[in-house]
Design a protein around this ligand. Structure first.
Ligand code: GDP
Ligand code: MG
Length: 142
């Protein structure tokens, strides 16, 4: 059994609608553990660096404007196959294509305002965790 870590964001649309607890509840019910968490309000440079892989795409500027529009919760999740399992819990990027019972099907407002982020691979997860958290801010659980 491999315990893995992934990186997650509760995006501004969900924080604004008071959905932090609902989303954490779903994460915990799925058997993933929150091992680090904080609320932050990103500035444009922080958001651009986070989404550097999308720089130059038509939706990049709108994405940065959205991600800096209000506070977000950033968290590290731990569990067996956490990266894939959390992507499954989130559902597809476009909520209209997300499977029933996924976070995006239930909470997302649109393709852009889609409530949650999750790392797409273990390599991305490691980069994204280090982008927001120092090692001593992460609290491994039994
Ligand atoms: P994710 O890994 O499922 O979050 O999706 P991507 O990495 O492809 O895109 C990052 C984020 O950019 C998505 O979660 C959306 O918020 C936004 N996004 C992606 N594609 C589009 C698009 O075609 N239009 C708009 N407006 N936003 C998009
Ligand atoms: Mg992505």
């Amino acid at each position: 059994m491999t315990i893995e870590r992934t990186f997650s964001i509760v995006k501004p649309d969900a924080v604004k609608r008071n959905l932090i607890g609902a989303i954490y509840n779903r994460i915990e019910k799925a058997g993933l553990r929150v091992v680090a968490a904080k609320m932050i309000h990103m500035d444009a440079d922080k958001a651009k660096g986070f989404y550097a892989e999308h720089e130059g795409k038509p939706f990049f500027e709108d994405l940065v404007a959205f991600m800096t529009s209000g506070p977000v919760m950033v968290q590290v999740l731990e569990g067996e196959n956490a990266v894939v399992r959390y992507r499954e819990l989130m559902g597809k990027t476009n909520p209209e294509e997300a499977a029933c019972g996924t976070l995006r099907a239930d909470y997302a407002l649109s393709l852009r305002h889609n409530s949650v982020h999750g790392a797409d691979s273990p390599v991305s997860a490691a980069r994204e965790i280090a982008y927001f958290f120092a090692d001593d801010e992460i609290c491994p659980r039994d």
